[in-house]
Design a protein around this ligand. Structure first.
Ligand code: ADP
Length: 472
């Protein structure tokens, strides 16, 4: 602006000077000596000079305008780039124009805003990453919906809970995502009443797993919504059920021998004591039932010790497998003879395992006793111990007995599970033997497997870690 005014002023002065010279020349020609003055300016000279001055001024004005306009364009472009770089751009690092005019001030102000905005963005990004990490690390499923029951957020645990493997579905209606009326109704009710609610139900989408769902109203920038937290309580429920079943089973198992004892004692008291022929038999029945009660109590005690939640120190006897097998075979030898079953000690390598010798012997006794009990007269029980290709000790007890139906195989390690209840009772079984074996083996960091063919026999294999030489 200043430059433009200067230019106009200079042009005016130049024109004025030319005109005044021309006027002077034309009004007093007598006063001036021709030797001292320049030749008289004609009108056309004046016009020419004014034209030259005007053209010069216009040219100068053009040059100045181009220069100013280019500088302005550059600065405005910088401002544009600066504004465009706001969400995380890099221009904020370049030096800000040190100009004291309005554009310079604007650029500095924008630069300051850009830095603040970047800080805010960094903070938001950090917060959002942290929230994402917390939510995806949660074992509970989290689901948020808006007032129209459209999904606004859900975490990985929720997607797992509904067996969803595909893309995320924020923005879709809940019913399109989970076709579960229970969850739908719960969230709808929270949205209409505004009150938090808790419900336990099976989610049909998640292999009928049971969830305890806590739903609460949620205030979001876009309006009201609801959030649900899903706890998978399937395992807890199963445990509860196992505990209930166990108590029911124990009562049932105790009731049978107790009823026998009470019944025959009453019979004796009611006069059978005088019955010389039967009284001994009745007392024998009472004894058998008492022995049975004793066996159940003993097995339950062992099981509770093995399952004890209070960490009992893990025993680390170094056990000779051959020694423990020979001991167990000697214990069951008389029972085997009685039932006409041959006990055959096949290859038993010199191997060592680590754990409780007493418990391992108990487990092997249970397996051998079963192999004899569920055998047939003239049958065999073969015992073998060798190092398997994985370097572990594999103890095998194979019989030629009745075998186990394939549908029962997955359940025979459960407490009180018996394929043939009557036969098990008849041979003095408690239904807890295999359960004890499984616990003992697992405590020794091993595993147990079974193969069986109905009518041909069963083979139980215990795999245990081999005790290292330094333990010996
Ligand atoms: P039990 O005291 O009845 O023997 P276990 O827990 O030891 O209880 O065994 C559970 C059930 O598994 C038995 O009742 C029997 O039906 C079956 N079983 C176990 N071992 C054998 C085997 N070697 N041959 C056939 N059936 C077996």
């Amino acid at each position: 602006m200043l430059m433009a005014l200067t230019l106009v002023a200079v042009t005016l002065v130049a024109v004025d000077y030319t005109l005044s010279r021309h006027a002077g020349e034309s009004t007093s020609p007598a006063l001036t000596s021709p030797a001292l003055t320049s030749p008289a300016l004609t009108s056309s000279d004046v016009r020419q000079r004014v034209l030259v001055i005007s053209l010069g001024s216009a040219l100068l004005a053009l040059v100045i305008a181009t220069f100013v306009s280019r500088s302005l364009t550059l600065r405005v472009r910088r401002l544009k780039l600066l504004a465009e770089s706001f969400p995380g751009g890099t221009l904020r690092d370049s030096p800000i124009e040190d100009s004291s005019d309005e554009l310079g001030a604007l650029e500095r102000a924008l630069g300051g805003v850009a830095i603040e905005l970047q800080k805010l963005l960094d903070r938001l990004r950090y917060e959002s990453t942290r929230r994402e990490a917390i939510l995806s690390g949660m074992t509970e499923g989290v689901l948020a919906v808006d007032h129209e029951l459209r999904v606004t957020f859900c975490n990985a645990a929720f997607l797992r809970a509904i067996d969803h493997l595909g893309s995320r579905f924020e923005g879709r209606f809940l019913l399109e995502v989970v076709r579960d009326p229970g969850l739908h109704e719960l969230l709808r009710s929270v949205l209409t009443t505004g009150e938090s609610q808790k419900l336990r139900f099976k989610l049909s989408a998640a292999n009928a797993r049971t969830f305890e769902v806590q739903a609460t109203q949620l205030e979001m920038p876009s309006g009201l919504g609801a959030i649900a937290i899903l706890h998978d309580i399937t395992d807890l429920e199963r445990l509860e059920q196992v505990r209930k079943d166990f108590v029911a089973n124990v009562s049932h198992e105790l009731r049978t021998p107790l009823a026998g004892i009470i019944g025959y004692a009453d019979t004796l008291l009611d006069g059978a004591l005088e019955d010389q022929k039967n009284k001994r038999h009745f007392v024998e029945i009472i004894r058998t039932n008492a022995v049975r009660l004793n066996s159940i109590a003993a097995d339950l005690l062992i099981l509770s010790e093995l399952e004890s939640t209070i960490e009992t120190p893990i025993e680390t006897d170094v056990i000779s497998v051959r020694g423990v097998l020979e001991g167990a075979m000697a214990t069951v030898a008389s029972e085997a003879r009685l039932r006409n079953v041959s006990m055959i000690g096949d290859d038993v390598d010199s191997l060592f395992v680590s754990g409780s010798r007493l418990r391992l012997e108990q487990a092997l006794l249970n397996l051998m006793a079963n192999a004899i009990k569920f055998n047939r007269p003239g049958g065999e029980v073969r015992v073998r111990a060798a190092c398997n290709p994985a370097g572990q000790v594999a103890i095998t007890i194979a019989d030629t007995g009745v075998g186990i139906p394939s549908q029962d195989l997955p359940r025979i390690f459960e407490r009180f599970y018996r394929v043939d209840k009557a036969r098990s009772r008849q041979v003095g079984g408690t239904g807890l033997g295999l359960s004890i074996v499984k616990h003992v083996v697992e405590r020794m960091n091993g595993s147990i497997t079974v193969e069986s063919q109905l009518g041909r026999g069963s083979t139980f294999t215990l795999t245990l870690p081999r005790a290292s030489v330094t333990n010996l």
